[in-house]
Design a protein around this ligand. Structure first.
Ligand SMILES: *[C@@H]1O[C@H](CO)[C@@H](O)[C@H](O)[C@H]1NC(C)=O
Ligand SMILES: *[C@@H]1O[C@H](CO)[C@@H](O)[C@H](O)[C@H]1NC(C)=O
Ligand SMILES: *[C@@H]1O[C@H](CO)[C@@H](O)[C@H](O)[C@H]1NC(C)=O
Ligand SMILES: *[C@@H]1O[C@H](CO)[C@@H](O)[C@H](O)[C@H]1NC(C)=O
Length: 508
């Protein structure tokens, strides 16, 4: 990060801080006065992914409390399924949400490439995408076979073990032509199509490999339709698979410009519906935002996607007249009390991307029932959500570990809550983890820097208690969406004045 630019942000922050102190701590000054270092938040949010790595760690591994783990995943089927990411605070690899995570990270690498590069993080972001994409390529062992889960969810959850000690069954789940799972295959297709765009300009071999596999996965998803339920009760499909098919087709259209995918999103336009959440289950708004851009670029028959994207904005913006998602008294979107920040971070990402799209198309903004919102207002609302997460909230608490002065010391995370194998090399068993390390009130021995937890309740309250997984557990998709929301806020005036640093690209 350029020091002059950083200094400017700091000075502005200090001045605003002083003004706020003079005025006393009224709610309005609380909301307007703080300034956050989004570059630092971005860096930490990406670093988190190194702590979630499964498999053989590379020599450049920066999260040093972790070690190699799950080196025989896939063995019983004679398939190499080593690598990928642990999903959350447990040690299961769920390919469906992992694909969503990779797609979100790739989207950031495409949409906010300059900002990420300006913050010096493009190399790290690309490494995070590649780590995930590599695993998806491995899991896709033939055109109509995709491994969708490694590790038995219930036994894993009955143990409190570091990934390095793990001895629970690494059960394999897969989808095939006979036993399909459209959501999972389509999401893997979306992940590889978006990832291909991240690597397009500098490795055409890798680009073409990712794209080829993405096309095969899309065909598999579409030709063998069936809802994916094998990862239930952990990840059950509630919204069906039509959203995933649109999402994958929209990505393939964007990545290839092939009329075949345009035809698909047009022929199935009636699947599109207005929604008020974006999640590992429900991806309609993701497809709508991508396709609204196509509509605005001249694909006039894609109008419904733009209309539905507008409705998403109205469902979130306070005082729109058609709000579906309430905010907490402190101003945080509150969708559901189970890892609510997942919905906040994805909504913020969508609002940033969409406001940018509207602005580039020269549109005023979005019309809702009882208010109109400019692109600037939509963006400001998204920013308020990011700022809340970083500490601008009634508790003055940062929901990102290692960011700010007050943050969670007891995240619900097996690896973080048991001493590192570098410190305690002997095996810590399944039960010992639960009796010794899980229930203690002591802070976690390992600081999982960048981890964003599930967040506060509907009244902005939060208790830093490890057992409370709904509020204390980080997940890969919360962080992936936050990476985008933080990137969108990297000071534009600042980075636009600088030449883009192509060197950041090479540091992989
Ligand atoms: C490009 O990607 C291919 C396939 O993954 C890889 O083998 C090769 O080393 C990469 N080349 C560069 C220059 O990174
Ligand atoms: C991708 O597919 C195209 C067309 O079938 C083929 O020409 C190309 O070699 C493939 N690329 C890779 C890396 O397999
Ligand atoms: C929103 O903008 C439209 C078009 O300019 C206008 O007709 C309408 O009255 C505005 N609605 C509100 C609530 O301001
Ligand atoms: C949060 O910070 C504000 C401004 O510094 C202060 O007035 C307020 O008392 C703090 N709230 C808590 C719960 O510490």
């Amino acid at each position: 990060m350029d020091l002059k630019c950083q200094g400017l942000v700091l000075v502005v922050g200090l001045v605003l801080g002083l003004v706020a102190t003079d005025q006393g701590s009224t709610e309005s000054s609380r909301l307007s006065a703080r300034s956050y270092d989004y570059g630092n938040a971005l860096k930490k949010a990406i670093l988190f992914f190194e702590g979630q790595r499964s498999g053989k760690l590379p020599s450049k591994q920066r999260v040093e409390w972790r070690g190699d783990s799950a080196l025989t995943d896939g063995q019983q089927d004679k398939v190499k399924l080593v690598g990928g990411y642990y999903d959350a605070g447990d040690n299961v690899k769920f390919v469906w949400p992992m694909s969503f995570t990779i797609t979100l990270l790739s989207w950031v690498g495409i949409e906010f490439r300059e900002q990420v590069s300006y913050a010096g993080q493009l190399g790290h972001l690309r490494t995070a995408v590649r780590w995930g994409a590599k695993f998806l390529l491995r899991a896709h062992t033939s055109p109509t076979v995709l491994y969708t889960q490694v590790g038995d969810g219930s036994t894993d959850h009955q143990c409190w073990e570091r990934p390095e000690d793990m001895d629970t069954p690494r059960t394999l789940y897969k989808i095939t032509a006979d036993s399909p799972g459209t959501e999972a295959a389509a999401d893997a297709a979306a992940a590889l199509a978006s990832a291909s765009m991240v690597f397009r300009s500098d490795n055409s071999t890798y680009w073409s490999k990712l794209l080829n596999r993405s096309k095969l996965l899309f065909e598999f998803a579409n030709d063998y339709r069936g809802s994916y339920q094998a990862s239930c009760p952990f990840y059950c499909s509630f919204s069906g698979y039509q959203d995933e098919l649109l999402w994958a087709a929209a990505w393939l259209f964007k990545a290839t410009n092939d009329a075949k995918y345009q035809k698909f999103v047009l022929e199935n336009i009636e699947w599109s519906r207005s929604v008020s959440e974006f999640s590992w289950d429900n991806k309609y708004i993701g497809a709508q935002v991508l396709l609204a851009k196509e509509y605005l670029a001249g694909n006039k028959n894609l109008r419904k996607y733009k209309t539905d994207a507008d409705a998403f904005v109205c469902s979130l913006m306070p005082n729109s007249g058609s709000v579906q998602i309430q905010t907490t008294p402190g101003g945080l979107l509150f969708t559901r009390d189970t890892a609510n920040l997942q919905y906040v971070t994805t909504a913020a990402l969508v609002l940033f991307v969409y406001s940018k799209t509207l602005k580039s198309a020269g549109l005023d903004g979005v019309q809702c029932n009882s208010a109109n919102f400019s692109a600037t207002q939509i963006r400001a609302f998204a920013k308020s959500q990011v700022d809340y997460i970083l500490g601008n909230n009634p508790l003055n608490f940062s929901y990102m570990v290692g960011y700010g002065n007050a943050y969670s010391k007891r995240i619900h995370h097996r690896g973080a809550s048991i001493p590192s194998i570098n410190v305690l090399p002997r095996k810590v068993s399944c039960k010992e983890g639960f009796s010794t390390w899980f229930p203690t009130n002591d802070p976690n021995p390992n600081t999982h820097v960048g981890a964003i937890v599930g967040g506060p309740d509907s009244n902005d309250r939060f208790n830093d208690v490890r057992s409370d997984s709904s509020h204390l557990e980080p997940t890969t998709y919360i962080n992936a969406a936050f990476v985008g929301a933080a990137a969108a806020l990297i000071e534009e005036q600042c980075f636009l004045r600088q030449p883009f640093r192509s060197s950041a690209v090479a540091s992989e």
